[in-house]
Structure formats: structure tokens, C-alpha cells
Design a protein around this ligand. Structure first.
Ligand code: SAH
Length: 552
């Protein structure tokens, strides 16, 4: 899966252009220099940021001088490796310059961006200029047999040779190519394995499928089958297997080794014609690369993610990636909105359904049908949120076997207690506990007992779900219990909507705290006997709990 582009800007003057480019690539994240511009994500050092993005393989759109980009990446360019597209765009949108990543589709991106900005792209690749396409960068379902040979081929065409096409190359605009029936150069689209002749460009369409019914010794058997049939392994589009092999680790490894998807066929699936048959293995040929990707269905994936408290910059990159790759998103509408930007093709299952197990089961049903599903919580998914419900649904005796085949992952996030604590300083700097004051899912007596023990143990405490219309008296009762253990001057922190636009932080004492100061969007931290406060420059206060306890 290709990574989402990173749009990197230095200051406010580039933001408007950055947003126009983001409208073209809704998954793109705008990185802004911290302190100078509020963007989706803040960075401290331009060079380091660019180099990290480049190493990660993300397409880079830098809204600054081409020279700055070149100098920043220079140290990485000597080593040959996969090169992501890198473009410089004038901050006013008047120029689009593809710099690197010719084989990664940089010219295609440059044209897309230029069209969106209503300017023309500064394309300098001669083959591409002349022929309107990069012959060496075929689209997704096709693989070039030999890049070095390909470069010679294109320079021959530039030198005046004529071209014939054998096979099906639907993406090529023949109008601009030097076509001739008796051309001296041939573009071959074929799954056959052979050394490319000097006068041809060989492109393998990914149309072949290996249908397997056992994973034993599979890599070797696939290799043999291709060799016997005289077919190119680059034409392999996917491994097809019966659902019984869904949980087979070895099969998944082989698919990863060949860098092809693994798909599962049901009895009712129609299969393309067979090309070759050997023990436990058949090679099938689909009509086109697109057709090959639509046979059977993939293994589903369920990611249970935490968005963090709110701001995009507190979301982990792993979570952003899972959101970008998702086909279905489940969660409260507020959280699904917080997960934006999303694409139109991503299905949002927003529900105010309080029944978490029900939502978890729905997520498994979608994932078991081969979809990539994300279940969204705020903060961390394992803290009073969906991760436990998802595991509970999976452990149920009634859970269908194919739920266990789903690739399940839990991706952590910054929980409200940690986000609030950080805003205030370090009130949780020593031992602490997290308690939900909601008695919807546990008896109130259990909560009282825990509060009493946490108070006696002198733990700092963070209260989640402190109060709501349906639970008006519980917080007052909880404070009564805490006050039997803590003095009135005990430090309290209230964090409301932390990390969101309406963020409010308040530092006060336990003696001053009344339930009316708190609502369901507030996180309450009650300090231990050691928690301290002192003025900070901006008129507020720092709060911390020292690392060490006074020695007796
Ligand atoms: N999984 C979430 C917690 C869900 S319980 C997490 O790890 O943060 C919901 C409670 O979390 C709310 O009642 C409130 O007490 C707290 N909370 C969630 N987001 C918050 C935020 N941005 N600011 C303050 N409190 C928040």
C-alpha cells in the first residue's frame, strides 16, 4: 500500500496552496514549522523532517525553494534505493517541479497537482515529454522486467526508432508514441519468462494466480510451477487458498515473500482458466490485472485504535495509517469526525449505540467478510473504551471461527489522564490509579471500595466519566470518600476538552472542588499528599508529584 503524501510548509504564506493540494489528496498530512504555522502536524527541524519522510518512503510535496529540498536530501541520494516522489511547489502555487522519484510516479503527481493549481508542471524527463507517458513506470498491475534495459529502449525511441506493441497495454496513449506496424522496437506485454531482447521492452502483467491447497514447501513449489510453465514470477498477482487456510501462518509468510496479496475462495467463486497444474498447486490466468485482484476475497483486518485526546498531532502515525487504509470505520459520530480527513469511499458506521459488544460483533462481521475495519475510541482504546469489548466479543463461545482468522491489532493512543497531566505538568509523576466513576458497568459499592483504598494508599487518582445527567450524585459521594483521606489543600487538576479547540485547564484545591465544576468532558486528577503547585510565567500554575517520597 502506498503511503499518504506529506505536504511540508515553512510558514503561513504557504497554507492556502497546501490546502488546495490536500483537497486533491485528502489523506495528505500538512507538516508545519512549529511556532510559525499551525498545521496538521508540527515539526521542529525542516531537514530532519524531510529526511525522515524520505526514508519512510512517503511522497513529499515541499512548498519551498527546490534548492532547500535538494540540499536537505543530498546526503541520502547517493545510496540507491526505492525513491519516493519528491516535488517542490512554489508557495503561491505558481510552479510545480518534480525533483525525484521518476519511477515512483513523480511526473504523474506533478501533472495532477499542476492541473489542480491551474499551472503546468515542469516536466523535464525527455521520454515522458515526447511520448506523454513514462514507459518505465507502468501502472499498478504491471511490472517492468528489467529497468536498465528499459532505459536503453526509451533512448532508442528518442533516437528515432519506431514502436510496435504486442499484447494489451490499455494505459498507453498510442497517439503520442512513434507507432509503426513494422517498428524496429517492440513493447511486449506478456507473462512469459525470458530474457528481454535488445530490441524489446518486456512488461509482465500481474494476471497469474497460484491456487494452493496446502502451505507445505509452498515457495519452492510456486517457483517450480512458474519455471515449468515458462512464466515470469513478476506476473504473480495473488495466492488463492481455501478458507480453511485462513489462519495458516506459513501461507501468510509465503505471500509476504512474493509480495502478493493472499485471497480466499469460496465454493461459489468462479475461477479463471487453468494454465498449469502440479501437486497441490494450479496456476490460473485472469483476463486482466484488475480481474486478478477481484477473485476471492482478502483476509479481513480489524484495528482497534485510539485517536488520542483530540488534536491530530497527538495521534500516532500507526493510527493515522490504519485510518487511511480502512474501508469501514465504527464509532461514535464525534470520534469518527475526529478521525478526518477521510475519503468518500470509506464507509462510516456511526452509531450512538451504547451497546459496545454489539458494535464489536458488527466490526468482526465486517472484517471476517474481508474488509479492513477500524474501531475508533478517543484517547487509548484500552482505557475505558472499545479494545476490551472487542476481545470479549472474540472470546465468546458463539464467536464464529472466521472471526479468529481476522488480523486483529490494538493501536495505543494518548489517554485523557496523560494528556491532562502533561498540560498541568506532572501530577501523575509518582504512583497513581485510573478510576471510572461510571456505575453503568460495575456496582457503585465496588467504586466506593476502590476510592477508599486508593485514598488510604495515597495514590494520585484520575477520574474518568466523573459525572453525567444520568449519574448526578456519584462525584459528590466520591469526593466525600477521598476527603476522609486527603487534606483540603490537596491539589486538584480539571482538564476539559484537552487537545480540542475548547480546551480548558484548571488547578484548584480539594477544598474548593464542587461537582458543578465538572462535566462528562472533564478529567479530574486528585493529587496525592505529595503533589505540589507553583506559579508559572503565564499566570497559571505548574503541578507535579515529585519522583521521591520524603524519607521517614
Ligand atoms: N478511552 C478514553 C476514555 C474514554 S472514557 C481515553 O483513554 O482517554 C470518557 C471520559 O474520558 C470522559 O468522561 C472524560 O472524563 C475523559 N476524556 C476523554 N477525552 C477527554 C479530553 N479530551 N479532555 C478531558 N477529558 C477527556
Amino acid at each position: 500500500m502506498t503511503l499518504s503524501p506529506a505536504i511540508v510548509i515553512l510558514g503561513p504564506s504557504a497554507l492556502a496552496t497546501a490546502r488546495r493540494i490536500q483537497a486533491l489528496y485528502p489523506q495528505a498530512v500538512i507538516h508545519g514549522l512549529s511556532g510559525r504555522i499551525e498545521a496538521d502536524q508540527a515539526y521542529a527541524d525542516f531537514g530532519d523532517t524531510l529526511r525522515n519522510l524520505y526514508r519512510s518512503g512517503a511522497p513529499i510535496i515541499a512548498l519551498c525553494a527546490a534548492g532547500i529540498v535538494i540540499r536537505s536530501l543530498a546526503s541520502l541520494l547517493a545510496s540507491k534505493g526505492a525513491e519516493p516522489p519528491v516535488l517542490a511547489v512554489a508557495e503561491d502555487g505558481s510552479a510545480v517541479v518534480p525533483l525525484l522519484g521518476g519511477l515512483g510516479g513523480v511526473n504523474r503527481m506533478a501533472r495532477e497537482i499542476a492541473t489542480a493549481l491551474e499551472v503546468s508542471a515542469a516536466i523535464t524527463t525527455s521520454g515522458e515529454l515526447r511520448f506523454g507517458t513514462c514507459l518505465l513506470d507502468p501502472p499498478g498491475g504491471y511490472a517492468l522486467a528489467d529497468i536498465e534495459q528499459g532505459k536503453r529502449f526509451v533512448s532508442d525511441l528518442l533516437g528515432g526508432e519506431r514502436l510496435r506493441i504486442e499484447g494489451n497495454a490499455p494505459w498507453l496513449d498510442r497517439g503520442k508514441l512513434p507507432m509503426a506496424d513494422n517498428g524496429g522496437r517492440t513493447l511486449h506485454i506478456t507473462p512469459s519468462q525470458r530474457a528481454a531482447r535488445p530490441d524489446e521492452l518486456l512488461i509482465h502483467p500481474r494476471t497469474l494466480l497460484a491456487l494452493v491447497d496446502s502451505a507445505d514447501d509452498l515457495a519452492a513449489r510456486i517457483g517450480q510451477a512458474f519455471e515449468q510453465a515458462g512464466l515470469a514470477q513478476k506476473s504473480l498477482a495473488a495466492l488463492l487458498a481455501p478458507p480453511a487456510l485462513m489462519t495458516d501462518k506459513h501461507l501468510a509468510q509465503v505471500a509476504a515473500e512474493f509480495a502478493v496479496p493472499l485471497r480466499f475462495i469460496r465454493p461459489e467463486d468462479a475461477l479463471p482458466p487453468q494454465l498449469q497444474r502440479s501437486e497441490n498447486l494450479q496456476l490460473l490466468q485472469a483476463a486482466s490485472p484488475e480481474a486478478a485482484q477481484n477473485i476471492g476475497r482478502p483476509l479481513g483486518r480489524l484495528s482497534v485504535i485510539g485517536l488520542g485526546p483530540g488534536a491530530a498531532e497527538h495521534m500516532t502515525p500507526a493510527v493515522r495509517r490504519a485510518l487511511d487504509e480502512a474501508q469501514d470505520l465504527l464509532g461514535y459520530e464525534t470520534y469518527v469526525k475526529m478521525a478526518e480527513p477521510l475519503r468518500d469511499d470509506q464507509v462510516r458506521h456511526c452509531s450512538d449505540n451504547r451497546e459496545e459488544l454489539q458494535r464489536a460483533r458488527h466490526a468482526f462481521e465486517l472484517a471476517a467478510s474481508g474488509r479492513r475495519v477500524v474501531v475508533i475510541s478517543s484517547g487509548d482504546p484500552g482505557v475505558f473504551a472499545m479494545a476490551a469489548a472487542v476481545l470479549e466479543a472474540l472470546e465468546e463461545r458463539a464467536a464464529p471461527a472466521d472471526w479468529h482468522a481476522v488480523e486483529l491489532e490494538v493501536l495505543p493512543g494518548v489517554s485523557a489522564a496523560l494528556a491532562t497531566a502533561a498540560k498541568a505538568g506532572a501530577p501523575l509523576g509518582h504512583d497513581f490509579c485510573l478510576i471510572s466513576l461510571s456505575d453503568n458497568l460495575k456496582p457503585w459499592a465496588v467504586i466506593e471500595n476502590r476510592l477508599d483504598h486508593a485514598g488510604a494508599a495515597d495514590l494520585a487518582m484520575a477520574f474518568y466519566n466523573p459525572i453525567s445527567k444520568a449519574r448526578p450524585w456519584q462525584l459528590g459521594r466520591a469526593l466525600d470518600i477521598v476527603r476522609t483521606h486527603r487534606a483540603p489543600h490537596t491539589v486538584v487538576v480539571l482538564g476539559r476538552d484537552i487537545g480540542r479547540p475548547a480546551e480548558a485547564l484548571r488547578v484548584l484545591s480539594l477544598g474548593e472542588l464542587i461537582p458543578e465544576m465538572v462535566d462528562m468532558r472533564t478529567l479530574v486528577i486528585i493529587g496525592s499528599s505529595q503533589t505540589r503547585r507553583f506559579p508559572r510565567r503565564d499566570g497559571g500554575e505548574w503541578v507535579y508529584t515529585p519522583r521521591s517520597y520524603p524519607q521517614p
